[in-house]
Design a protein around this ligand. Structure first.
Ligand SMILES: [Zn+2]
Length: 340
């Protein structure tokens, strides 16, 4: 085909390179401008959001008194929900939470003080368990834990408390009797499973005249023994990086689930039950996969028997301050608070 473009209109390779580089500069400048704009938008949104939350928190704290005095009625609203929605954009749930929390906390000044600082949500997990006698203890826990960790702690605390009612105070009973009492799981739990017919058939044959508990225990032991045989050696190192084969081994024990008794959350952190800062070692025997809440409980020193198998773990009321790892955990807490 004949070339119909006149020579003068032709663009040579040098020109193309120049145009392309100019375009690149322009594109890069545009990209940078976009990045700055987006950063600015995000920062403004985050700041306004933070302020909005703070003001909503202040509104929530006033609600019980407004409800008590029926100020909403005097101002022409049909109820407290309408009043809070119109004036503060609060949802029905938020109003209910605020009223419930403040009612529950009315005889607990320490907790009200925290609600004023950190919002009513911060004390919600403990309101069914805190009493005027124990509110100081709980206030301390609210201050050092995230809401999720606090929820996890309260859950375990209630279980331990229930046992304590049978066995005496769980902090003061002798250690040997404590271990048997909590998380021993001797009462049976029923679970439902769906299986492929062939698997079900083989399992039933394996069970034979025995019972499911024994049969599955055997399978579990076989799985654990198999895993144990392939256990990699501990790594002595200055690096916090956990070698992949050790990581894989530690997470295989629970198939990536949090190892804390009865927790079914996926693991988020491989926790050193013997602190790395003390051992400089990644040992598959002392690496345990944990969810964020349970990892925080461990670092708060609130897990008793931490260096034994997780099935022997239980929560305690205060950390053991005589342990060397307590100092490390204090540093971790300080560092986390600083990083945010
Ligand atoms: Zn967990």
């Amino acid at each position: 085909m004949e070339n119909t473009v006149p020579n003068s209109a032709k663009i040579n390779t040098k020109d193309v390179a120049q145009i392309e580089s100019a375009e690149n500069v322009q594109a890069a400048a545009q990209k940078l401008a976009d990045k700055i704009l987006e950063k600015n938008l995000h920062e403004r949104f985050a700041e306004y959001g933070k302020n909005a939350r703070e003001w909503t928190r202040k509104c929530a704290l006033l609600l019980p008194e407004i409800e008590k005095r029926e100020i909403w009625r005097k101002r022409g609203f049909s109820n407290i929900y309408e009043y809070a929605r119109v004036l503060a954009g609060m949802s029905t749930n938020a109003v209910n939470d605020a009223l419930w929390v403040m009612k529950k906390a009315q005889d607990k000044p320490e907790l009200i003080k925290i609600a004023k600082e950190k919002g009513i949500n911060s004390i919600m997990p403990i309101l069914t368990i805190a009493t005027p006698e124990t509110e100081k203890f709980w206030a301390e826990k609210v201050r050092e834990m995230s809401v999720h960790t606090l929820q996890a702690y309260v859950r375990e605390f209630k279980k331990a408390d229930l046992q304590a009612k049978i066995n005496g105070d769980f902090r003061d009973v002798p250690k040997h009797s404590q271990n048997q009492n909590l998380f021993s799981g001797k009462n049976l739990r029923r679970i439902e499973i769906e299986l492929e017919p062939e698997i079900a058939d083989q399992l039933e044959k394996l069970k034979g005249a025995g019972n499911w508990n024994e049969t599955l225990k055997k399978l579990l032991t076989a799985y654990q023994e198999n895993l144990e045989m392939k256990k990699p050696a501990a790594a002595q190192t200055e690096s916090r990086y956990i070698p992949i084969e050790i990581k894989r081994h530690a997470t295989m024990r629970t198939n990536n689930t949090c190892a804390f008794p009865n927790c079914k959350k996926p693991y988020e952190i491989l926790h050193h039950t013997k602190r790395f800062a003390l051992t400089h070692e990644h040992n598959p025997d002392s690496l345990v996969p944990l969810c964020k809440a349970h990892e925080q409980l461990a670092h708060l020193g609130l897990i008793e028997n931490e260096e034994k198998l997780p099935s022997e773990w239980r929560v305690r009321k205060q950390p053991d301050k005589t342990q060397e790892k307590y100092k490390i955990d204090q540093l971790v807490a300080w560092h986390r608070a600083a990083v945010g």
